[in-house]
Design a protein around this ligand. Structure first.
Ligand SMILES: [Zn+2]
Length: 273
């Protein structure tokens, strides 16, 4: 009996949501798919896609099933964010299916992705949930305030700039959840400061608790400086990590997500009152 009580206590301490209540948490779902949760707010990035290119981590079937069954902790998603319309980040049919099933959920995505969705039968039913973002390279940031979320979005070229994939609209989202946690999802951003420097005022306007850069930022020439100095983020956690984690990434010693279902607190450097 005493042992039982002890284990119950231990479990209570281990599963205590104290950190979550302070700063929110992020759960990794696969490739660049991240769920961010703080208080009553919950959002997902790049969580519905079909293509792993045999390299990247798909969202496992059990997590997908939980999302569609609205089963905790994958329930009550306020908004879906899509960085760009590539097959390892976005599947129009799956996003449409989710929005149809959950009319309270809003979608924020490049117009390229929304156009794909609108080409599907029955897309009309979700038209009120669609927020299509159309930005050209170099355009000022767009700011939106929807569903209790403060959203800033800029177009940062896809990796491969300046020769490849210039036609793909890759969006960087900075989102503040209702309770105050701010995260940044960068999609497949190209790690060159020439894209980030013009938005200095935007970065300085708000501290980001946690940024989710594609892992190649960590071992590129300018990526580390962008993360540590330019974007005003307290920490950066790499995503888009291949299933076979590259040795070069391990050697950087930087934090990254690679196991679906893994959860971490956000903004570890933020002072706790
Ligand atoms: Zn891509």
């Amino acid at each position: 009996m005493r042992t039982c009580t002890f284990f119950t206590l231990l479990l209570t301490v281990l599963t205590s949501p104290a950190h979550d209540e302070q700063t929110g948490s992020a759960t990794y779902l696969g490739n660049e798919a991240v769920m961010v949760h703080h208080g009553d707010s919950k959002i997902v990035f790049d969580s519905f896609f079909h293509n792993s290119f045999d390299i990247y981590q798909l969202v496992p079937d059990d997590i997908l099933a939980a999302l569609f069954a609205n089963k905790a902790p994958y329930d009550d998603i306020d908004a879906i964010f899509i960085s760009h319309a590539h097959g390892d980040h976005f599947a129009a049919d799956q996003v449409l299916k989710y929005l149809t099933q959950f009319p309270q959920t809003q979608l924020f995505a490049p117009k390229q992705a929304v156009d794909q969705l609108n080409a599907l039968p029955n897309a009309k039913a979700v038209s009120k949930q669609l927020n299509a973002i159309e930005l050209k390279y170099g355009d000022p940031a767009q700011s939106l305030n929807v569903a209790g979320l403060q959203i800033d979005v800029v177009r940062i070229p896809h990796a491969g700039w300046p020769t490849r994939r210039l036609d793909v609209s890759n969006l960087l989202f900075r989102v503040t959840l209702a309770e105050g946690t701010t995260v940044m999802h960068m999609g497949d951003a190209d790690p060159n400061d020439v894209h980030f420097k013009p938005y200095q005022d935007l970065w300085q306007a708000k501290v980001t608790d946690t940024a989710f850069p594609p892992y190649w930022f960590f071992n590129s020439t300018y990526g580390p400086g962008i993360l540590s100095q330019r974007i005003n983020a307290n920490e950066s956690v790499g995503v888009h990590v291949p299933k076979q984690v590259p040795e070069a990434l391990k050697q950087t010693g930087k934090p990254y997500f690679s196991k679906p279902g893994e959860t971490r607190g956000l903004g570890k450097l933020k002072e706790v009152e």
